[in-house]
Design a protein around this ligand. Structure first.
Ligand code: ADP
Ligand code: MG
Length: 477
């Protein structure tokens, strides 16, 4: 049987506000446990939550960025459940009326095709605290610093059809929230957490299969592996005569498997009801305009522009717009050297490899955009060959200064003096009479041998075009 995978993601992204969503307590990460939770975050009797308008502003920006309807009126609801990290017994969230309605994003697949993924909704809610299982001699500690931290939960349509598509979508959301500055997206600190709903169905079947939800995945690599494992598990289960039960599962990265955590609650288990302490959230046009006035160029628009303005492929444009910093860097190089395609090759090739290798952020690159443009200009004007330019780049990366300084210091200047190349070639031709004969007898391949000799003797510095031209002339019968 052929199976089709169906995936929908729920992504919790922490909004970059200074204070909590319903209190004035700070949201900064890494404070001593329980030093940043106030009476409101704990839901002590008699306290009243007050909505942080900054969280609303950030949610609205996201709505605009995914071309969604912003609800003129949305409602905060209580989601009731018991858990030690939720002392007040309910989480304030949005249920029936979320602030951000239906929107869409585009993902670029590996083969360069574009697919539109529906976003069902995005709603504001507060985070819970954290249970700390380590260092307590078998006890569990509760840290409530995170309680009340603003989250935007972004729910996708079940439009994703493979682990790779799910990752591309998650990366897209991550990219957007960072572009528009509503979240730092820091995955290690839990600012961007993904739940994957996964089901399978026979190819051609219209109804979706029963889904399992994999909770709290905090890396793209784990997301891909967790979904892949889950798909296999479900297919094996069904093909073995079993049925998938709707449940919540956890991904264990060490064992690379998902494990059942609990059977899935239904919405009515939570007994949602409008929070009587909070007024409905009303957003008017003036607020909307103000909140979105300074939105930057969005990733999809930038990608399209990079294609039309710089003649880049969908794939390259997608790669180079992954973050604003990278896109800005690329544009600076492309404009300064006037060679957008060459610039794309250098940024996505040599530069990215060097950054990855030394785990360096682009903002801290030892080779600045203008310095890289300077190197590309030296390839263009023939000072250095494309091949040796990589050596120049390495020198620049390791603190050798601008391209010219490295070329000078390492003697990598291309030899373009026709006389010098000619005499070098004459000597090589004279020293290899056998090969000359073979070539003249019609063995064209021998030409490569001569090119190789010249390059070897010149330390790779002879200008290839000139070498070709002169060799042809000297070898002609
Ligand atoms: P719940 O209220 O239980 O969270 P939702 O209807 O809000 O369920 O859906 C949650 C997520 O699950 C959404 O991202 C949705 O696209 C996805 N989803 C729903 N049904 C399926 C399914 N059969 N297979 C895969 N994903 C699904
Ligand atoms: Mg849900």
């Amino acid at each position: 049987m052929q199976w089709e995978t169906v995936i929908g993601l729920e992504i919790h992204t922490q909004l970059a506000t200074q204070s909590k969503i319903f209190s004035g307590a700070p949201t900064a990460f890494g404070a001593e446990p329980n030093t940043q939770a106030c009476a409101i975050d704990l839901g002590l009797p008699g306290v009243l939550p007050v909505l942080n308008v900054e969280a609303v502003r950030l949610a609205v920006r996201f709505g605009k960025a995914i071309d969604a309807e912003i609800a003129p009126r949305s409602v905060f609801a209580r989601k009731n459940y018991f858990y030690p990290d939720l002392p007040k017994g309910y989480q304030i969230s949005q249920y029936e009326l979320p602030v951000v309605g239906k929107g869409r994003v585009e993902i670029v697949l590996d083969d360069g095709t574009v697919k539109t993924i529906g976003v069902t909704r995005a709603h504001l809610e507060e985070d819970a605290g954290k249970s700390l299982h380590e260092d307590f001699h078998g006890f569990t500690g509760i840290d409530l610093n995170r309680a009340g931290t603003p989250l935007l939960e972004i729910v996708s349509e079940p439009d994703l059809r493979s682990p790779a598509e799910a990752v591309a979508y998650a990366k897209k959301i991550h990219q957007i929230v960072r572009y528009i500055g509503i979240s730092d997206g820091n995955m290690q600190e839990g600012s961007f957490r993904m739940d994957a709903n996964v089901s399978v169905r026979p190819v051609g079947q219209k109804e979706f299969g029963t889904r399992a939800e994999i909770k709290n995945v905090n890396s793209f690599r784990f997301l891909e592996k967790a979904i892949a494992f889950e798909v296999e598990r479900q297919i094996d289960l069904i093909e073995g005569g079993g049925t998938v039960v709707q449940e919540t599962r956890l991904y264990d990265a060490v064992k690379d498997e998902t494990r059942s955590m609990r059977t899935k609650e239904e919405a009515n288990d939570y007994r949602y009801f409008p929070d009587p302490d909070l007024l409905p959230l009303e957003i008017d046009d003036a607020f909307l305009t103000e909140a979105t006035a300074d939105l930057p160029e969005l990733p999809d628009a930038k990608r399209a522009r990079f294609q039309s303005e710089y003649g880049l492929s969908e794939y390259d444009a997608n790669l180079l717009t992954a973050s604003r910093e990278l896109a800005d860097y690329y544009e600076t190089v492309a404009r300064a050297c006037g060679e957008p395609k060459l610039a794309a090759n250098w940024v996505s090739g040599e530069l990215m490899a060097a950054l990855n290798k030394s785990e360096c952020e682009i903002g801290a690159s030892p080779v600045s955009a203008s310095a890289l443009a300077g190197l590309i200009a030296r390839i263009q004007d023939g000072t250095v060959s494309g091949k040796l330019a990589k050596q120049v780049f390495e020198g620049m990366w390791n603190g050798g200064g601008e391209a010219d300084a490295v070329i000078e210091a390492q003697g990598l200047k291309q030899i373009t003096d026709t006389g010098a190349i000619e005499s070098m070639i004459e000597a090589i031709v004279a020293a290899n009479p056998e090969q000359v004969e073979q070539y003249r007898a019609g063995k064209d391949k021998v030409f490569g041998f001569f090119v190789g000799q010249v390059m070897k003797q010149s330390g790779g510095k002879a200008n290839p075009a000139q070498v070709n031209e002169i060799l042809k002339r000297k070898l002609a019968p």
